[in-house]
Design a protein around this ligand. Structure first.
Ligand code: FCB
Length: 461
């Protein structure tokens, strides 16, 4: 058992207590994970392969040549991990469902043992008073669908809708929210254009068609879930950043505007306005996706919430990519610039440009090269990162943006995709050889922060 020990519990310092007071009553604090990154149990109880299992087998795809076969062994340690979540005093836990665990071939038979796992997870969370926030698709498509084209094939939209509806029937009565997709930009561009994530393809045309199918599957899944009378709030999670021009030159400003179109507006416009941005369509030319009549209306279903994942800003221009280290800015172990003001700027901009549903920051956090030292993991940089981004969230709320919750990425160190186990995003350290969980100082800080929030809730109830 690895819950945070009481002796190590720091009280909230004055700065932490005043940060807590900047949030409205009822604000939700949570931690996030995803199935492939933590579960392991890859061949257990009838789970099918996902495209990530297949991708990891190809040489040169994952920096440390690792895979998700064991990961954090969460599949076998779920009750302890839920106890750990609850020991942090958070109100919510965001996790994803592994589609090939519950439907090994991505079509046809459901795997009862797979659903049994998520049933127990949800019940265990509720028993401990933690809200379960479900993501349906965090990148692990059943491998059986890939030879037919995977997300490039429009049939996959129907497969996803069946899967979403089945999860709705099984877990919808207890889920606090259901998000269809996590970061469709990453799936389409990193997976199908840059080729650095599964399934490792390299074509802009393919990537853009995939993005359309992901959005369509989102909208159709929402329709199906609502048709079954689903009461859990329904939404989608997008990764977004403000895009700053590298210089004031007209070329750099035009490039930044285009990149904003490709990353922010390409998703926000169809979801909230029912159109694709004209400038991006024009840029894409023959690489623009095939869109059938009625698709955009299907995509633009009302959202009960919008999830935003924020890590850093983007600086774009026509010259060589900017090196934040050379530019003298602070970076995380991913080489991502620490830029908390980008979060408030992004939220204000979205609020100004769209009629937003309630916003949840579904992921925010940082990787640092953490070391276990005498049984503890001092990670002052991560504490500063979290504090400054939580403060930026409060700034956005003060400007009128309706942000309702914030989830730290991540509960545990885990399989960081193409970086394997080399990057540690957890607020809890995982000693992989023993699978021991050791709360880092940031977990102790967040625990004190959330306790302060809970005490305040009780005082004002
Ligand atoms: C996001 C992913 C998440 C994790 C973080 C660091 O893009 O949603 O799984 O890898 O980045």
């Amino acid at each position: 058992m690895s819950s945070v020990p009481h002796a190590a519990r720091p009280g909230a310092d004055a700065a932490t207590a005043s940060l807590v007071r900047r949030f409205p009553p009822g604000f939700l604090w949570g931690v996030a994970t995803s199935a492939f990154q933590i579960e392991g149990g890859a061949t257990e109880d009838g789970r099918g392969d996902s495209i990530w299992d297949e991708f990891c087998r190809r040489s040169g795809t994952i920096k440390d040549a690792s895979d998700g076969a064991i990961a954090c062994d969460h599949y076998h340690r779920m009750p302890e991990d839920v106890a750990l979540v609850s020991s942090l005093n958070v109100g919510a836990y965001r996790f994803s469902i592994s589609w090939p665990r519950v439907q090994p071939l991505g079509a046809g038979a459901w795997n009862e043992r797979g659903f049994g796992f998520y049933d127990r997870l949800v019940d265990e969370l509720l028993r401990r008073g933690v809200e379960p926030h479900v993501t349906l698709y965090h990148w692990d498509l059943p491998q059986a669908l890939q030879p037919g084209g995977g997300w490039l094939n429009r049939d996959t939209v129907d497969r996803f809708v069946d899967y979403a509806a089945e999860v709705g029937r099984r877990l919808g009565d207890r889920a606090a929210s259901i998000a269809t997709h996590n970061e469709p930009w990453v799936v389409s561009v990193l997976g199908h254009e840059a080729g650095i994530f599964a399934p490792g393809l390299r074509s802009q045309k393919t990537a853009m068609q995939v993005s359309h199918h992901l959005l369509l599957s989102h909208g159709r899944a929402l329709q199906a879930l609502r048709a079954q009378g689903q009461r859990a709030p329904l939404g989608i999670v997008l990764n977004q950043s403000p895009i700053h021009a590298a210089t004031d030159s007209p070329e750099d400003r035009a490039k930044a505007r285009l990149d904003d179109g490709l990353t922010v507006r390409w998703y926000m416009d169809p979801l909230l306005l029912g159109t694709y941005p004209a400038d991006v369509l024009e840029f894409l030319g023959p690489d623009a996706p095939e869109v059938t009549d009625g698709d955009l209306a299907d995509i633009a279903q009302p959202l009960d919430f919008l999830g935003i994942n924020y890590y850093t800003r983007n600086v774009s221009g026509t010259g060589a990519p900017r090196d934040p280290v050379a530019a003298g800015t602070e970076v995380t172990d991913m080489g991502w610039e620490v830029f908390p003001d980008g979060l408030s700027e992004l939220l204000r901009r979205l609020h100004a440009d769209y009629r937003l549903p309630p916003i949840y920051i579904m992921e925010n956090g940082a990787a640092y090269p953490d070391r276990l030292v005498d049984g503890a993991v001092p990670d002052p940089d991560r504490i500063r990162y979290l504090r400054s981004h939580i403060s930026a969230t409060a700034d956005a709320i003060a400007s009128g943006v309706d942000v309702r919750g914030y989830f730290v990425w991540s509960l545990l160190d885990n399989f960081e995709w193409a970086d394997g186990y080399l990057k540690r995003f957890g607020i809890v350290y995982v000693d992989y050889p023993t699978q021991r969980r050791i709360p880092k100082d940031s977990a102790l800080w967040y625990r004190a922060f959330c306790l302060e929030h809970n005490l305040r809730e009780r005082r004002t109830a």
